[in-house]
Design a protein around this ligand. Structure first.
Ligand SMILES: Nc1ncnc2c1ncn2[C@@H]1O[C@H](COP(=O)(O)OP(=O)(O)OP(=O)(O)O)[C@@H](O)[C@H]1O
Ligand SMILES: [Mg+2]
Length: 294
């Protein structure tokens, strides 16, 4: 059975300022062990797509289409049913580690709480598992640091702890939304390698959202390129890098520093490659410029 099957997914937000079609007919599927990177300009719908896979779409978002996880439908499920899916099937690491950690509880208690509540472990067992995971993600003196609070850890360490929390639940799919963007390059590299290793070890599926093409290339086997809420290109990561088919992907690669010999050679991304189907064609869908990584 296919692990995740997304079909004709549409997500829109209606507000006093008008309607935003954040995701416009996205379809893809993944199996255990797949590593997919989702790239695209700011506002192209990457985060909304990632969150929707866990049933996390902020009001007043409207979701249409189908998301089948292990054969069961995510779209239209209530919060109670979704909690089960999130707890045991799909985990997520967000951009900012502070989103995932509570500042008033110690790291150890937050980690072991998850194992006690969700995996029904006893306190001592949960403590041991928390320490094992802290060590696994590279927290030195894990046993001593068990009783430290989030603010006593650096940003990179907090992000590692969030990854430990997500991995500790042994998800079948881990969704990571720009988990290293806020960190400096060396810390970033450490965390990316960690995610890669953990993925190879556990065989979980990985969906990694990033606007950084170099990161996407490092972490993924398959690449999904989004533009204005649609997938404009999908394929084997190396193949897309070697032979990008869609003009937007071509422009994205041309504009990327790793592809240019110097910063002066960077080319801006033309405004629109995808016409808005709802406008009857012709009118470009307005999308902010791509953010270049350094
Ligand atoms: N809660 C919301 N209410 C209204 N519009 C929203 C909401 N969340 C997202 N959007 C809109 O959906 C579109 C896609 O946003 P999304 O955050 O998914 O982009 P992104 O690709 O993750 O961008 P970035 O690279 O900047 O993180 C944007 O136009 C955004 O303004
Ligand atoms: Mg985003």
């Amino acid at each position: 059975m296919t692990l995740l099957q997304v079909s004709d997914l549409q997500i829109s937000f209606e507000s006093g300022f008008g309607k935003v079609d954040a995701v416009r007919g996205v379809s893809f599927s993944m199996e255990m062990g797949d590593a997919i990177a989702v790239v695209g300009a700011s506002g192209s719908g990457k985060t909304v797509l990632g969150r929707s896979l866990l049933g996390l779409v902020d009001t007043p978002g409207v979701v249409r289409g189908s998301i089948l996880f292990n054969g069961s439908q995510i779209v239209g499920r209530n919060e109670k049913q979704l909690k089960k899916v999130r707890g045991l099937g799909i985990g997520m690491v967000f951009q900012d580690a502070l989103d995932g950690l509570n500042p008033v509880y110690t790291i150890g208690s937050q980690l072991s709480e998850i194992f006690m509540v969700r995996l029904a472990m006893h306190r001592t067992q949960a403590r041991a598992e928390a320490i094992r995971l802290m060590e696994l993600v590279g927290i030195r003196n894990a046993e001593e640091r068990f009783d430290d609070y989030p603010h006593q850890f650096s940003g990179g360490m907090r992000q590692r702890i969030c990854i430990a929390m997500a991995i500790g639940m042994k998800p079948k799919i881990l969704i990571a939304d720009e988990p290293t963007t806020a960190l400096d390059v060396t810390v970033q590299a450490g965390i990316l390698n960690l995610i890669k290793e953990l993925q190879a070890e556990t065989g979980m599926g990985l969906i990694f959202v990033t606007h950084d093409l170099a990161v996407a290339r490092l972490i993924s086997k398959r690449l999904i390129v989004m533009y204005a809420g649609q997938i404009v290109e999908e394929g084997d990561t190396e193949e897309v890098f070697q032979r990008p088919q869609h003009p937007y992907t071509q422009a994205l690669l041309k504009a990327h520093p790793a592809r240019a010999r110097s910063w002066r050679q960077l080319e801006p991304i033309p405004d629109a490659f995808v016409t808005d189907p709802s406008s009857g064609g012709g009118m470009p869908h307005s999308v902010p410029q791509v953010t270049l990584s350094q």
